[in-house]
Design a protein around this ligand. Structure first.
Ligand code: C2E
Ligand code: CA
Ligand code: CA
Ligand code: CA
Length: 279
């Protein structure tokens, strides 16, 4: 299945062996990545489609490998999940993001919420909620500014445990978004059983919006359903003004994508936000 903003790649038998070796090497290198300052974060702004204002930033992790250069998170996040390293890496990402947020706030910048991706494996860890709470305490970030993005695969785990964790996060004041919505295979009934804030329409639907009737129909259905359930709906991967116009006509609340900004460094976000709020 297509997952995580990562397009599915073909598996050719001849590549399989090479891929396994590369995988093992990257797994080893990843163990040193945090200590060696090879990981860093970028931030992609999210916009209100009615007012054109910035409503938040999604945090996206980057790995600058000393030999291979930038390695895509589509490649190393699954490796980190399989090897269990996602727990340490995920906490590091959350802490860095919260720290950066408080720095922006101290500089007088209003950037809305900060949205952090949480992988299913990371969410499953028994200490996940405690870890999030501890990071908020340590960094002094108010919970209402934090949004966690989880995929449908998270919700497909044991519902009782998932509900309990999500309720605890919600009680802290943290917002919850379902990422890549529409690409999973979960039943939709969970939507009424967990404290959700937002659905993020997968970018494959945004890309097909003006090309095929199916993508248009699915996008429309997600927006309607989300609104009926009292949820905010954000379209991912908005690349053209025509897509934005279509989304706005369908009353989609928010958008994110290259049309507005690529993922940027913290420094470039500061400039980007200053420039926009001075206009
Ligand atoms: P995602 O959470 O669905 O993130 C959106 C991806 O789409 C990002 O790719 C982003 O750079 C890209 N994108 C944004 N706007 C556009 C657009 O207009 N067009 C296109 N084609 N792409 C756009 P990125 O940064 O390579 O991340 C890929 C995936 O890796 C993410 O998908 C997410 O699943 C995972 N990932 C990234 N950072 C983290 C992280 O900090 N933690 C975890 N657990 N996963 C992460
Ligand atoms: Ca996606
Ligand atoms: Ca995401
Ligand atoms: Ca996504």
């Amino acid at each position: 299945a297509k997952e995580r903003g990562c397009s599915r790649y073909q598996c050719y038998a001849a590549d399989m062996h090479a891929r396994t070796i590369e995988h093992l090497m990257l797994e080893g290198d990843l163990r040193r990545a945090i200590e060696s300052d090879q990981l860093f974060l970028e931030y992609q702004p999210q916009f209100d489609l009615t007012h054109g204002t910035i409503i938040g930033m999604e945090v996206l992790v980057r790995w600058l490998h000393p030999k291979h250069g930038l390695v895509s998170p589509c490649k190393f996040i699954p490796i980190a999940e399989e090897s269990g390293q996602i727990v340490a890496i995920g906490s590091w990402i959350l802490e860095q993001a919260c720290e950066q947020y408080t720095r922006w706030t101290a500089d007088g910048l209003d950037i809305g919420t900060i949205a952090v991706n949480v992988s299913a494996y990371q969410f499953q860890h028994p200490d996940f909620v405690d870890m999030v709470e501890a990071v908020l305490k340590r960094t002094g970030l108010a919970a209402e500014y934090l949004e966690l993005e989880v995929t449908e695969s998270v919700v497909m785990q044991d519902m009782h445990t998932v509900q309990d964790k999500l309720n605890r996060l919600h009680a802290l004041g943290i917002k919850l978004a379902i990422d890549d919505f529409g690409t999973g295979y979960s039943s939709l009934s969970y939507l009424t059983q967990i404290p959700l804030h937002r659905l993020k329409i997968d970018q494959s639907f945004t890309a097909g919006l003006l090309k095929d009737r199916e993508s248009l129909a699915i996008t429309q259905a997600i927006i309607h359903m989300g609104h009926s359930l009292g949820l905010d709906v954000l379209a991912e991967g908005v690349k053209t003004v025509d897509q934005e116009t279509q989304l706005r006509a369908m009353a989609c609340n928010a958008g994110q994508g290259y049309l507005y900004a690529k993922p940027l460094s913290a420094e470039d976000i500061t400039t980007f936000v200053r420039r926009r709020t001075q206009e």
